[in-house]
Write a protein that binds this ligand. Structure first.
Ligand code: GRF
Length: 231
């Protein structure tokens, strides 16, 4: 059975689906690239394949379905309780298809991140690949950002670009965006777990300085050259 690395930096991952981004983070922890431990994976969907990925890596899993709860506030309160049992340093949203309440987001301010399949601030919300093609964009991609109450709007930590090709379609584009997600999401988790990235007063700091435009972009000219792309 594969085992994660032992580390004091504690992560809880929230999912609703396939969990390929979760897998990319698990893989890099197991390879010793990310100094962290995933303490739990929590899904709001019992059928989420990501739960099997977690179980395979010996990570505790929980399912918390939203349907039995009277409203969003009650669900989020219970979700917070479940997450806080694991005392996480970082909460990672990896395809968690729920809009979170302001109280939830405030509770994890500065220690909750999300990956969104577009080059934010372009194409917030759903169906981003189709909308990017329809808008005539020539580049598209994915963004990892800190979560704030407004949807898909928090400070961006890293973006990966992919070109939009002639006669591209949403499925093919989605697949290429996924490939870049599997590079940038573990890289951001690594940077946060190792203390290289922090949020201070709504500004992302990288290696002690406010993050530059160039550092926000993957592939940058510098430090991702050696990054593993094994999945
Ligand atoms: C990704 O496309 C991510 O950008 C979005 O949800 C999807 C999750 O995919 N937030 P997976 O479950 O990690 O494969």
């Amino acid at each position: 059975m594969p085992k994660q690395q032992n580390s004091d930096f504690r992560i809880v991952v929230l999912i609703s689906g396939n969990g390929t981004n979760l897998q990319s983070i698990i893989d890099q922890i197991e390879q010793g690239r990310i100094p962290a431990t995933i303490k739990a994976v929590i899904s709001n969907k019992p059928s989420a394949h990501g739960l099997e990925r977690a179980a395979r890596a010996n990570i505790p899993t929980e399912v918390l379905e939203h349907r039995p709860f009277a409203n969003r506030e009650e669900f989020d309160r219970e979700l917070m309780k479940r997450i806080d049992q694991y005392e996480p340093d970082l909460v990672v949203l990896a395809g968690f298809m729920r809009i979170l309440t302001d109280d939830f987001v405030a509770h994890y301010a500065g220690r909750i991140i999300n990956i969104h399949p577009s080059l934010l601030p372009r194409h917030r919300g759903l169906n981003t690949h189709r909308r990017a093609i329809e808008a005539g964009d020539t580049v598209h991609g994915a963004s990892v950002h800190y979560v704030v109450p407004e949807l898909d709007s928090g400070p961006v930590i890293l973006q990966g670009e992919v070109p939009i090709l002639d006669n591209d379609n949403a499925d093919a584009l989605a697949e290429r965006v996924h490939r870049v997600e599997h590079i940038i999401y573990p890289e951001v988790v690594r940077r946060i777990a190792s203390g290289e990235v922090q949020l201070r007063d709504d500004t992302v700091f990288y290696q002690g300085q406010p993050l530059s435009e160039q550092q926000r972009r993957y592939p940058p000219e510098t430090d991702l050259a050696h990054s593993s792309t094994s999945n």
